[in-house]
Design a protein around this ligand. Sequence first.
Ligand code: FPP
Length: 259
Amino acid sequence: MSAVKDSRIIDKINSLGFDIDRMPKHIAVIMDGNGRWAKKQGFFTRIKGHENGVTALRELTTSTAELGIEYLTVYAFSTENWNRPKTEVKALMNLLVGALKDELPVLQKNGIRLNAIGNLTTLPQKAFKELHEVMNATKNNNHLVLTLALSYSSKTEILHAAQKIAMDVKQGKLQPEEVDEGTFEKHLFTHNLPDPDLLIRTSGEFRISNFLLWQIAYAELHFSDTLWPDFTGKDLYAAIQDYQQRERRFGKTSEQLNK
Ligand code: FPP
């Protein structure tokens, strides 16, 4: 992925008053509040919130790409979400299929590569197939990697990594003392992604909800009161502004960093 930013991106970053050297490379988002948004709007069904959530996701993807941010990862469906009412799960899966079909031209036009993490084989066949078609069609795009976390559980991801490593040790391919962070990361769904720099959660909730537990070890956290369907470029800019005010010390002291 190229770190070179074109002049439109530089102009956009400057026009917003951001420090170009301190832009996050990878933003992760827990999109929360669709149900509450639908209720607040007087809709009888939560699905309306999810439908408008798709629109907000489209807007976020565009705003992120305009800033030259290279990776965007969104929590679209957790393994725990399978326990929601059947009608809501079905509607979410239909929405996913529809969005994948509709968005392909937009992804191509904007050089966005679609990626997915999670236990994808548990998705309905139609969703699994559409997802792989879009991932395959966009695989050579290199402007932004949009990763959908689908049927995702971070604890399961970590357990699977531990199982695979244990198997390699059992088969003599690896010595226990050779198991380090790098070995572990290679076995996570996110092995081809850098760790998020910034994690945003919407709707005024302060939880991580089993999302990227390993990967966010040093991410900056931003909690927004905005319900997901109302989230716009302005909310993204507020999160980046907040991020740029943080001092990322990675365990070091301020003095060490400023030397
Ligand atoms: C959380 O809001 C949102 C979800 C569980 C789904 C997120 C999905 C989208 C934004 C639409 C895109 C979807 C796909 C499948 C691409 P909530 O329903 O938990 O809201 P609440 O906390 O107000 O009830």
